[in-house]
Design a protein around this ligand. Structure first.
Ligand SMILES: NC(=O)C1=CN([C@@H]2O[C@H](COP(=O)(O)OP(=O)(O)OC[C@H]3O[C@@H](n4cnc5c(N)ncnc54)[C@H](OP(=O)(O)O)[C@@H]3O)[C@@H](O)[C@H]2O)[C@@H](O)CC1
Ligand SMILES: Nc1ncnc2c1ncn2[C@@H]1O[C@H](COP(=O)(O)OP(=O)(O)O)[C@@H](O)[C@H]1O
Ligand SMILES: [K+]
Length: 551
């Protein structure tokens, strides 16, 4: 599924209207209908779960059976049809002066037509409405929909009579902190305790970064118009939006491919993995395959105080299907490790009980027979480690996955990293703390625009970047972005990142490109986390090892 910025959406709108000749009013009419359908669906679901409307005269979705009996094979438009219990609903449309307001005003008519009581509260005087919104306002009035007299936030704002709110205050045309009366309306709406369905984006959300203004609608559901907005797929925006439903309104996908600097960001789904990234997601093993078919991963990591990380990365690389996995670690640790994972091979990565600069030569020698080097899990820091990593980076062409202290070493390399030379087969997997160190900015600063930061870093350094955390972002050197939605908060536990390193490395070993391995890897890792969490009495008890076993 394509993800767009607000600027791209504006240009796609313009292309649709100006170049394809589809009238703006038609698009708004469709958008209004989509919003209304989602409100009705929400109402039916609510009645159904309360046991109210389901039963005689209704279908399972709560819509009436009228018109679908066998003796009368006439189908009513079920999405927008009246339903039992509709008369108990009274929705207030909060309408801004722009086209987002117009969507809400168009929705009002459809809701009224479906038997729901609707009222309209305008944020500003209707005289100031955009051209399309004015048309919708006039139509709503002529349809007899009541408009609360005072534009803005009435001092006696009382949401008592209503059963839900449509947030059509601000859409992708807005920027910055909502001005008054918008800010006050947003706060009052949130404080009402009523369910809110947002048109396009929750008002107060930055549609590009997912940052929320101080006043930002907290929606139960967001009806995103035409294309998924980037701000809806990153936290805290993803939370403010509630359930996101992307609805087609007559803006063709073709228009997205017509604009300059068009969207190159996707949600990671089975479909985008198969169609956009051309991955065989079935991961079928060839009948005549052998272990050599599926590559050999060398994990470089582990230290006296952090041996578990190397274990988990190695075991995950095995579980994801690598033909062979070898774990290179300091020689003094070998006796403690040997035999713990019977399928795993081990190698002396460094002499003694820790890593040292000289071990680069040993690793490069081992690398000659490897398909991937996974550097970092449990590595620790040591003298001249920057020179050490530079040797691995420049001394071999074998794809590299760098995580944990491997990333901290890179961060210390700073600007000199540019002199190491571009290697397009490097995958970096930082969590936000490590990403902040790579960029030299506080974590909180970086989190304000995760997509932007990941994209910029990947392009600047020519690497594939996996910025982890809920809604992990994958960025390619060419500027493509992929956002993952699989995963579970139970995965917020030590070691799950090491598991991801093993997963991505294992997929690379099996012949996937860095971008394919990163995107498919975060998807599978998240799914395994979901499955593992499901099996626990409580997700808080989830361990990283459980994720490996669920792969
Ligand atoms: N044909 C189309 O294009 C289609 C568009 N569609 C819909 O239109 C939406 C985009 O509409 P839009 O571009 O009119 O902008 P919109 O989001 O309503 O807000 C702009 C208004 O807000 C104001 N404003 C700005 N910042 C503000 C602030 N901080 N605090 C307060 N106010 C602020 C700004 O006022 P100004 O600052 O200019 O005085 C301006 O009046 C889009 O999200 C989708 O829902 C669909 O119907 C499909 C077809
Ligand atoms: N709330 C969450 N939702 C989805 N995935 C999560 C969540 N919390 C953590 N994860 C995933 O778990 C992994 C944690 O990695 P990381 O922070 O590097 O852990 P560690 O360093 O302990 O191995 C990442 O892949 C991250 O995306
Ligand atoms: K809105």
């Amino acid at each position: 599924m394509l993800i767009v910025t607000s600027e791209q959406m504006r240009r796609i709108d313009r292309c649709t209207i100006d170049e394809l000749g589809i009238p703006a009013s038609a698009l708004m009419e469709s958008a209004g209908r989509a919003v209304a359908e989602e409100v009705l669906d929400f109402c039916r679901g609510r009645l159904h779960s309360a046991g109210g409307a389901a039963g005689a005269g209704t279908r399972p979705d709560g819509s009436p059976k009228r018109g679908v009996t066998s003796d009368s094979p006439v189908l009513e438009d079920k999405l927008i049809a009246p339903f039992d219990g509709a008369e108990r609903e009274h929705w207030l449309i909060l309408a801004g002066k722009g086209n987002n307001g117009g969507d809400g005003l168009a929705a009002a008519r459809y809701l009224q037509d479906a038997g729901i009581k609707v009222s309209i509260l305008c944020a500003e005087s209707p005289d100031s409405f955009s051209k399309e919104a004015s048309v919708q306002f006039a139509a709503a009035r002529r349809s007899g929909i009541p408009v609360l007299e005072t534009p803005g936030l009435p001092s006696d704002a009382d949401f008592g009579p209503y059963t839900g709110l449509v947030d059509a205050l601000l859409g992708v045309g807005a920027s910055g902190e909502p001005r008054e009366p918008y800010g006050g309306l947003i706060r009052a709406a949130n404080g009402s305790g009523l369910p809110i369905v947002a048109a396009d984006i929750p008002s107060g959300l930055n549609a590009d970064t997912g940052q929320t203004a101080q006043a930002c609608i907290r929606a139960e559901r967001t009806v995103c118009i035409a294309f998924l907005k980037a701000g809806l797929v990153q936290y805290p925006g993803a939370k403010a939006a509630g359930e996101v439903r992307v609805r087609a309104v007559g803006i063709p996908r073709l228009a997205a491919s017509r604009i300059d600097e068009g969207p190159n960001a996707h949600l990671i789904t089975e479909h985008s993995l198969r169609e956009t990234l051309e991955i065989d997601t079935s991961r079928k093993r060839a009948e005549d395959s052998h272990k050599g078919t599926y590559g050999h991963v060398l994990v470089v990591g582990g230290s006296r105080l952090m041996s578990g990380a190397g274990f988990m990365a190695s075991r995950a690389a095995l579980r994801i299907g690598s033909g062979l996995v070898t774990w290179a670690l300091p020689s003094a640790l070998l006796p403690d490790i040997v035999g713990h994972v019977p399928e795993l091979m081990v190698a002396e990565g460094a002499q003694g009980d820790g890593w040292n600069r000289d071990s680069a030569e040993t690793i490069l020698k081992l690398a000659e027979k490897m398909d991937v080097l996974a550097v970092g899990p449990g590595l620790g820091r040591f003298e001249d480690d920057t020179e050490w990593l530079k040797e691995l980076w420049t001394g071999s062409d074998v794809p590299l996955v760098i995580d944990a202290d491997g990333l901290n070493i890179l961060a210390d390399a700073g600007e000199s990293l540019k002199d190491w030379g571009r290697r397009e087969n490097v995958v970096l997997t930082p969590h936000p703390g490590e990403m902040g160190r790579l960029l030299g900015v506080p974590t909180a600063e970086l989190q304000k625009d995760r997509l932007g930061a990941a994209k910029a870093y990947a392009a600047e350094h020519g690497v594939t970047l996996v910025l982890k955390g809920a809604r992990t972002v994958v960025a390619s050197p060419e500027g493509a972005l992929f956002v993952n939605t699989t995963g579970h908060p139970g995965m917020s536990t030590g070691g799950t990142g090491d598991v991801l390193t093993g997963v991505v490395s294992g997929l690379l070993a099996q012949g996937l490109s860095p971008l394919q391995a990163a995107a498919f890897g975060v998807y599978l890792h998240g799914r395994a986390g979901e499955r593992a969490a499901e099996l626990r009495e409580h997700p808080a008890s989830l361990l990283a090892s459980d994720v490996i076993e669920a792969l």
